[in-house]
Design a protein around this ligand. Structure first.
Ligand code: GDP
Ligand code: MG
Length: 330
């Protein structure tokens, strides 16, 4: 669409020249190759991470039934012989309550500024007016953005096709979206069609990343996210929201096992007790389920050690947020 606009990271060069990519590697640019940034936005829990995982065919972004599990702007990279789509997953939109939340929202704004296409996702089981009211600030941003926006109506496996019509009508009337896609991120319904529609909108540009890379996050980060996901799945109420996970050690051992030591931070001593559980039962469950998944992800045996530590008010403290990688604009 806006053909003058090139994805960030690559210098302005003739298409046939070798191009220095973000990773610092020179590679020839195939002609007609399309590449750009696609940002997925929407309320917590509508299925943004699920879509990313489905498209990439592996677990990059953690998925849980609780809202607000995604804190970082995540890159997932989908490549074929003729295109590369760099996805930015965002934390769900919310009203900032903590400094952590402000930084999360800064990241949503940044990811929207970078996008060549915006995918705005809603949940087909919500009423259209509910999502509209809650999301007004973001909708304003979509209006102000030069990138085209597609509407994704997700979880259509949970509704009757006919029941979708009022929702489609409501959003079509707003004239904000270039296209509307009813999809099921979980069942992959409509997802290939969506990908097909994204590609021609992307600028012609050589790949920004090697074609076999799916994420720019380290194994270390993804492992910490797997542990955080298990805390989310096992614990109730405010505990998951007060936790952060830091990988302290990540070492290959001669025995062939990878040794991973992680620290789980909570904000209060009482939360520490709950997270550890009676005779350590809760922490054991978290550790066991996390280890199984980490082994699957890394493809090798793992020895996982988890400690729970109290970091008072970490969500309000700049130094902790910086250290844990929750950076805002500033
Ligand atoms: P996010 O907060 O927007 O990233 O949402 P998630 O991807 O974490 O998904 C939230 C919940 O919705 C999870 O329990 C998913 O399994 C579920 N979910 C996501 N997509 C679908 C879908 O297409 N159909 C159904 N039935 N559930 C879905
Ligand atoms: Mg998510």
């Amino acid at each position: 669409m806006h053909s003058d606009h090139k994805p960030h990271g690559g210098p302005d060069q003739e298409q046939d020249d070798p191009v220095l990519s973000r990773d610092g590697v020179f590679r020839p640019s195939p002609t007609g190759f399309r590449c750009g940034y696609v940002t997925i936005i929407g309320l917590p829990n509508v299925g943004k991470s699920t879509l990313l995982n489905t498209i990439l065919g592996q677990k990059i972004s953690i998925v849980t039934p609780k809202p607000q599990t995604t804190r970082h702007k995540l890159l997932g990279i989908y490549s074929t012989d003729s295109c590369q789509i760099v996805f930015l997953d965002t934390p769900g939109i919310l009203k900032p309550k903590y400094l952590l939340h402000e930084r999360m929202m800064d990241n949503v704004a940044l990811a929207m500024d970078e996008a060549d296409i915006l995918l705005f996702m809603i949940d087909s089981t919500d009423s259209p007016t509910k999502s509209w009211v809650l999301q007004e600030p973001v909708i304003e941003r979509i209006k102000g953005s030069k990138a085209p926006a597609f509407l994704l109506i997700n979880k259509v496996d949970r509704v009757q096709k006919l029941d979708l019509l009022p929702m489609i009508g409501f959003y079509a009337e707003k004239k904000l979206f270039g296209e509307i896609f009813p999809i099921s991120a979980l069942k992959r319904d409509g997802v290939d069609n969506l990908l097909k529609s994204i590609v021609p909108v992307l600028p012609e540009h050589p790949p920004l990343y090697p074609l076999d890379v799916v994420s720019d996050h380290s194994e270390r980060f993804l492992v910490s996210e797997i542990i955080r996901e298990k805390v989310f799945l096992q614990c109730k109420e405010e505990i998951p929201y007060s936790t952060a996970v830091e990988i302290i050690e990540f070492k290959e051992r001669e025995t062939g096992k990878t040794f991973i030591a992680a620290e789980v931070y909570v904000e209060r001593t009482s939360q520490r007790g709950i997270l550890i559980g009676k005779k350590g039962a809760m922490l054991k469950r978290i550790g066991a389920t996390a280890r199984i998944e980490i082994e699957k992800f890394l493809g090798r045996p793992v020895f996982l050690e988890i400690q729970v530590k109290v970091r008072e008010e970490w969500r309000q403290k700049k130094t902790w947020l910086d250290r844990l990688g929750y950076r805002g604009r500033g």
